[in-house]
Each structure stands twice: as structure tokens, then as C-alpha cells.
Design a protein around this ligand. Sequence first.
Ligand code: NAX
Length: 327
Amino acid sequence: MKAPVRVAVTGAAGQIGYALLFRIAAGDMLGKDQPVILHLLEITPALPALQGVVMELNDCAFPTLAGIVATDDVNVAFKDVDYALLVGARPRGPGMERKDLLEANGAIFGPQGKALNDHAKRDVKVLVVGNPANTNALIAQQNAPDLDPRCFTAMVRLDHNRALSQLAEKTGKHTTTIRKVTIWGNHSSTQYPDLHHATVEGKPALSLVDPAWYESDFIPTVQQRGAAIIKARGASSAASAASAAIDHMRSWALGTDEGDWVSMAIPSDGSYGIAPGVIYGYPVTCKDGKYTIVQGLEINDFSRARMDATDKELREERGGVEHLFAK
Ligand code: NAX
């Protein structure tokens, strides 16, 4: 067994938290040889429920669970953490405008960014799941001036996995035969699920499906999948979101497969004409705990328009939260 690492999870008593913590504790995220100390953050009224989750975690007697810190103090939650999964967020309430939603989340992710800045390990890997995930990640990043901006990422891996599953179903092949799917941009309905570089059993994906299916069925289905789950289940995606969060962190920490890539929302750096300043979904490979944007992909007019539309939305969101950035 390696020395334990510290993994913070916010919103730990929520529904994604309940699907996530047991898998992290069981070694699904960082490996069966990597003990973890869980740092669980909740708001004060949810502490009793969180205690119940802690009791259940202990009752699993996981070999890789080396300790639990449960708290409502963000400074305790992020002390010396190596990984931080920011799941807790303010959902949109009845009559709430987009502006109010961004503001309410700013009040969560600004202080959390500052606490990470002050207390986390200098190479902390931060994944924001709570929506609006990309812009919440940006707020946290902009309140952590002493950390490398690249420590902050947001989750488009659920969208990536949804794209794999739709394409697998259409082609009658297993998801494991699919490579090089990309989710560009925002985790919202403007995201662009791109199959132009994807392969199924080594064949170009777009040679196996009707272009009309790709444009009018696949893209909107992936974009609207979250809403479809809410309609069917009466609650938002939880186990699949938790599973995608595990996938995101595992790829980042342990690396991506040779000949494939994953989608991560990361600070834009001008690659593919997306100017710096937003947290944008890109195709990336990971090695030795670092991610690198896949370069040199050909982008046609169809893709360009969609990549720019989701970028535009992210910059509008940014415009609504810039006053929350640390000076
Ligand atoms: P729940 O409402 O079940 O749980 C959220 C938990 O966060 C609650 O227990 C709440 O007490 C806690 N919380 C609120 N403010 C907090 C704070 N300041 N510090 C610590 N904890 C706090 O929501 P759940 O279904 O778990 O979803 C969590 C977030 O994930 C939501 O914002 C949701 O929109 C987002 N999602 C993101 C997805 C993605 O792909 N990026 C997909 C799934 C999900 O919709």
C-alpha cells in the first residue's frame, strides 16, 4: 500500500455524494493500492445526514479507506488535500433568474477557491461537478491566485460517456471499441459532441452512421440527456455523474489509454481558436498527473460554428461573474 492521499468531496450528503464516496473509498478512483482519507464538506443543517453517511462508510470496512474528516468548515475540509471534487452547489430555485443562480454559486465557489488557495496541496487536482460547472470552476480558480490555474477543471466526462453510449447503441458495438470522441465547450445544452475524429473498431464513426442521425439525433440527445433523465427518474443524474467524476479523476491521476483521449473542461489557452479566459471542454491526453490538449485536429465549418457557439455562452457566463473574482 502507498501512503494515504487526502480527497475532499463537497456536497457529501447529497445524491451524487452518496453514489461517489463509496467508490472513492473502495479504490475505484485512484487504485486498489492507494489508501484515501476522505474530507467531507457539507452545510451545517446537513451534518446529521452526513454523519449517517460516515457511519455507512465505516461499516464497509474498505481496505483503502484510511480516515474520514466530516465538517462544515471549508478551511478544515481543504487542509492539505491532494484532490477536491466540488459537487455541492446551489440548484436553480423557482423563479430564479440565471443571474441569481450565478450569484448564489459565486457565494459558494469564491470562498471555496480561496480556501483551496490557502490550505490545499500546491498540486491539488480540482474537479467541479456542481452546476454551472465550467463557470463555477472559473470562479474558484479566480479566487486562488497562488495555485496554478491548471489545477481547476470541470466535468464534461458524463457528456463524453453519454456520447460513447449513444454511438455504441447505434452501431451495435460495445463502448470499449470506440475511441476519440470529444465534448467541446460548456457542460450545458450548447456543448458540442464531436464524432469527426471518433472511430468504432478502428473505422471512422461517421462512415458507419447516417449524417442526418449524427446531426439531428445524436447531438441533441447527448445535449439533452440530463433533462431526459430528470423526466424519467424524477431526479437528476446521480450514479452516472458520480461514475463520470471517478473516470475524470482517474484519467487525470493515472493517465489515458494509448491511442485514445478523454474530454475535460480545462482553462482555455488559445488552442482551436478558443481564447484564454474560460474553462472549456477539450480532447486531452493525461500522463504523470498532467493533462495535455490534443493538437492538430482538423476542424470543419460544421464543428467551428458549434465550438464558437458554446464558447460564446461561456464568455457570457463569465461576464456575469467577473465581479466575484479576487482582485
Ligand atoms: P443534491 O442537492 O442531492 O446534493 C447537493 C449537496 O450539496 C446537498 O447535500 C447540499 O447540502 C450540499 N451543499 C450545498 N451547498 C454547499 C456548500 N456551500 N458546501 C458544501 N455542501 C453544500 O444534488 P446532487 O444531485 O448531488 O447534484 C450536485 C450538483 O451536481 C448539482 O449542482 C447538479 O446540477 C450537478 N450535476 C452536474 C453534472 C455534470 O455533469 N457536471 C451532472 C449531474 C448533476 O446534475
